[in-house]
Design a protein around this ligand. Structure first.
Ligand SMILES: Cc1ncc(COP(=O)(O)O)c(C=O)c1O
Length: 361
């Protein structure tokens, strides 16, 4: 039995009629940009995340750039960010004109901590990006206590919970991605900014709209980066199911634990107080390439996402040269994402464990 790395189609199978009706609704109105679907989705998403405002944008990368600028980040500022993340978390900083400063992570959780951020802080730091990697929830209140505003990169963490609230409501602002493989998937690129501060939401709305309120007068050099009506309508159909899908991801993690996978590979550890809706289920092993080969030979989807951490990617040379991040390097060498979805069964978890056992044996 092969087991796919992702499965977005099965959970959505019963929603076809609802999705078609939502698409038809947009066709009927002929409103495609910044209409009632985007406004409705922004209200519903802000409510789900228990925060004041959501601003829909074109993707999760623009969301970070726009959120940072709305928080006042620009040339001359530093932004602390983990290197063990998707490239876009850092790329988006560079687009603001600010300087990325790389920090380390905690090896078991794959998230930055107050200590790893503290080690990278200088007086020029204007913000910290706390990446809720793989669906884990970085300790935002502890990082914020260092005295620097936090932007949550929650691209991978919709549906997760923490002792302090949901991702999206923990920092000064947060960003999410609705890329088709994400926990709440669009049918293309889409993203959003979340914040409880009205002034940040207002700036984000202006920035996504060419730096204007009306496309007549311009206050800033902004972006053409709007969530479109079709994607918003599709996301509105699925948002009511996010909680169920998130619970399915938590259940899938329990299946892996009960299948004894923890005896064979290192399992990801939730940050204390977090209940992750694992977007990617990332295990570790000292000889991870052997595990990768064994799983692939058994037809089990697996992928190493961040073998080269961001600070060692060529375009980051200017900011990454000479940076030493031991836990990041260890995670980069030893991690492997294995199948995860809201509908992963115990039988599939057993299959994955059996393939991994072949390596251990
Ligand atoms: C951690 C992280 N940050 C940012 C992004 C960027 O999102 P998008 O692909 O929607 O631009 C992604 C996802 O792709 C991500 O995983």
């Amino acid at each position: 039995m092969s087991v796919p790395l992702f499965d977005a189609a099965t959970p959505r199978a019963g929603l076809r009629e609802e999705l078609r009706a939502a698409i038809d609704r947009v066709l009927e109105t002929e409103r495609f940009i910044l209409g009632p679907e985007v406004a409705g989705f922004e209200r519903e998403l802000a409510h789900y995340c228990a925060t004041g405002y959501a601003v829909g944008v074109a993707n999760g990368t623009d969301a970070i750039t726009i959120a940072l600028r709305a928080m006042g980040v620009g040339p001359g500022d530093e932004v602390v960010v983990p290197s063990f993340t998707f490239y876009a978390s850092v790329e988006a900083i560079v687009h603001t004109g600010a300087t990325p400063v790389f920090c380390d992570i905690e090896a078991d959780t794959y998230c930055a901590t107050a200590d790893t951020v503290h080690a990278a802080l200088t007086p020029r730091a204007k913000a910290v990006i706390a990446v809720h990697l793989f669906g884990n929830v970085a300790p935002v209140p502890e990082i914020e206590a260092l005295g620097v505003p936090v932007l949550e990169d929650a691209a991978q963490a919709l549906g997760s919970e923490s002792a302090f609230g949901r991702p999206g409501s923990l920092g000064m602002a947060a960003t999410v991605s609705f890329y088709p493989s994400k926990n709440l998937p669009a049918f293309g690129d889409a993203g959003a900014i979340l914040t409880s501060e009205e002034s940040i939401a207002e700036q984000a709305r202006i920035l996504r709209f060419h730096g204007s309120r009306d496309k007549v007068d311009y206050e800033q050099v902004g972006y053409n980066s709007r969530l479109d009506e079709l994607q918003a309508a599709i996301l509105r159909v699925q948002l009511p199911y996010l909680q169920r899908w998130a619970d399915g991801r938590r259940q899938a993690a329990r299946h892996y634990e009960e299948a004894g996978l923890g005896e064979l590979v290192g399992l990801p550890q939730p940050v204390p107080g977090a209940s992750p809706a694992w977007h990617l289920y990332v295990v570790s092993h000292p000889d991870v390439e052997r595990v990768e080969r064994a799983l692939a030979a058994a037809g089990i989807g697996c992928k190493a996402y961040y073998r080269t951490p961001v600070h060692r990617q060529a375009p980051m040379r200017e900011w990454g040269a000479g940076v030493r991040l031991p836990a990041t390097e260890h995670a980069a060498r030893t991690h492997l994402a294995i199948p995860m979805s809201p509908v992963l069964t115990r039988a599939q978890a057993d299959e994955v464990a059996a393939a991994a056992r072949a390596v251990a044996g």
